[in-house]
Design a protein around this ligand. Structure first.
Ligand code: GLC
Ligand code: CA
Length: 573
């Protein structure tokens, strides 16, 4: 059986290229610097297209490359139709796109339209005079009793409102001050966004990853959010995430733009449930192809939000994965990811970045590539890059991290070690240090001074070493991607969990018509004993791939012993 057996359907699912693709995410600033100014650029990406292609990826998601003053590294866009000078020119972009297409790689752009930069022409005009049609492009409100219009806090700390002396009103910014939120209630704003999207699609880009897209429709009452005891700021979550008109807006976007092209769309949607996902990415919903959900990355959040260093509980992780796999099956499509530019390194968060670094990185890859959904690999994950051991706040660059440090130091003035521990565990800069290409100066990223320090472990962990070593994390990613393309059950098959109460083992079966694979993963640093249910053991199965150098348990047996972080995939008889 191959994916091409019948033309449109497999099992009960419609075939689509974006379901069968593996996406490689690039953070251009940190990927490869081709002119040695310390900042990665489009030239660097062009140089490495073969590397990405050889890994087996089909699609590249580019984090924002548009003109930006970089308050939030490009997520604050000044001009949506111009390339950031540091990254190159539109000519470079056109070259990147055509070279990528020539190598059968698609390019998906980051679409950041919940907000613009405050330096965007629209915002500049918006603050000029009230009669101006741009005034209503953003969200301006009068203060209340001499302070902000409501208690909403910004995602990056402080108030979500900023008073503007010229306008004599406050504008809303869910993120940094330099990221004013667009007013999606205004049809002109929406038309302008759709026009810009069509402009890129006409150029030939293959889709969009939509930044915080479930926040575009705000509850127009602008009520105070819930605030934790003793906290000044309340959460906008329930008035903004999945707001009243968001589905109407996305269906309109789909009708006006998306439906006219054969593209991939994925929405970044924090704080959604599986029911929400069915609305955004349902097969009949005419909105998006898929969404990023955040339940697994949010595990362990506490009174400091994401700033904690609690280990992930396997029980909770299994529960989240199983719920998403089963609730969306046959109705909507999942996205699969461990890391991205906003998360710590996958192996540090979900695996073991010490003794079992390579083994656990491979274990995570096994899970990533054997679930239903489209897998996303974040640059460096495929070589097992880890969190950075920065010990001083001056080494960090990220605005969210710096603001969190300020707030945490205020909260724990006596305990700077604790603050640094939390920052180190969760800072987005963990994922943003330069890609480690080889053991030369600056990990081969740049001959100049990198904009952010290189992780000191680059002499050991780098692409060159990975490529030389047939047992490396890189080669395992390659093999897993290959396996996924060979067995359609891994893409389209249904998911059934087993051993749900096992404290160390993650076990599930993927089945499509008469093809069935069993995945067995030991998510612990101890030996694990496995007793398979009768019906599974009776079927029997043969090992297809293992992350062990000398694989044991070549055939499925009723009782098996797995060493720390062992992961095996079996083809059932
Ligand atoms: C998204 C991006 C993140 C950015 C934020 C504001 O969460 O992934 O990097 O800071 O939106 O644009
Ligand atoms: Ca450069």
């Amino acid at each position: 059986m191959s994916i091409m057996d019948d033309d449109r359907e497999v099992g009960k699912l419609e075939k689509q290229w974006w379901k069968e693709s593996v996406v490689y995410q690039i953070y251009p600033r940190s990927f490869l610097d081709s002119n040695d100014d310390g900042v990665g650029d489009l030239g660097g990406i062009i140089e490495k297209l073969d590397y990405i292609h050889d890994l087996g990826a089909d699609v590249i998601w580019l984090c924002p490359i548009y003109d930006s003053p970089n308050a939030d590294n490009g997520y604050d866009i000044r001009d949506y139709r111009t390339i950031m000078k540091e990254f190159g020119t539109m000519k470079d972009f056109d070259k990147l796109l055509s070279e990528a297409h020539r190598k059968n790689l698609k390019i998906v752009m980051d679409l950041v339209v919940n907000h613009t930069s405050d330096e965007h022409e629209y915002f500049q005009k918006s603050r000029q005079n009230p009669a101006n049609r741009y005034r209503d492009y953003y969200i301006w409100k009068d203060g209340k009793n001499g302070s902000e219009p409501n208690n909403w806090g910004s995602a990056f700390g402080g108030s979500a409102w900023k008073y503007d002396n010229a306008v004599k009103q406050y504008y809303l910014h869910l993120f940094a001050e330099k990221q004013p939120d667009l007013n999606w209630e205004n049809p002109e704003v929406r038309r302008s966004v759709y026009k810009m999207m069509a402009w890129w699609l006409e150029k030939g880009v293959d889709g969009f990853r939509m930044d915080v897209i479930n926040a575009i429709s705000k509850d127009q009452r602008f009520l105070d959010g819930d605030a934790a005891l003793g906290q000044k700021y309340g959460s906008w979550g329930k008035y903004v995430n999945n707001g009243p008109r968001v589905h109407e807006f996305l269906r309109e976007m789909n009708r006006e733009v998306l439906s006219k092209y054969d593209i991939m769309t994925v929405g970044e949607t924090s704080g959604i449930t599986t029911d929400d996902a069915l609305k955004y990415a349902g097969f009949d919903s005419h909105e998006l192809n898929m969404v990023f959900q955040f339940e697994h990355v949010d595990l362990g959040s506490d009174e400091n939000g994401k700033w904690n260093d609690r280990p992930i509980s396997l029980h909770d992780l299994k529960e989240v994965v199983t719920r998403w796999q089963t609730k969306l099956n046959g109705k909507a499509w999942n996205s699969l990811f461990w890391g991205n530019h906003d998360q710590p390194r996958a192996v540090s968060r979900y695996g073991d970045d010490g003794k079992y670094r390579e083994k656990s990185a491979k274990l995570l890859a096994t899970l990533l590539f054997t679930l239903q959904g489209t897998p996303f690999v974040y640059q460096g994950e495929e070589i097992g890059m880890t969190n950075v051991p920065f010990d001083d706040i001056s080494q960090f660059r990220d605005i969210e991290t710096k603001n969190a440090y300020r707030d945490l130091i205020r909260k724990y003035p006596e305990n700077i070690e604790k603050v640094m521990r939390l920052i180190r565990a969760r800072s987005r800069d963990n994922a943003r240090t330069p890609m480690q290409w080889d053991d030369a100066r600056n990990a081969g990223f740049s001959q100049g001074d990198p904009w952010i320090p290189v992780n000191p472990n680059y002499r050991e962990i780098n692409v060159k070493n990975n490529i030389c070593d047939p047992d490396s994390v890189y080669h395992y990613y390659q093999a897993m991607i290959h396996l996924r393309k060979k067995y359609p059950a891994l893409i389209y098959g249904t998911y059934s969990p087993f051993l749900e109460d096992h404290k160390q083992i993650f076990c599930y079966q993927r089945t499509l018509e008469n093809q069935s694979l069993l995945i067995l993963l030991n998510f612990s640093e101890n030996t694990a004993e496995i007793r398979l249910p009768e019906e599974i053991a009776a079927e029997g199965g043969k090992l297809l791939i293992s992350n062990c150098r000398f694989p044991k348990n070549e055939f499925l047996a009723g009782t098996m012993v797995f060493q720390p972080y062992d992961g095996n995939v079996y083809l059932m008889n």
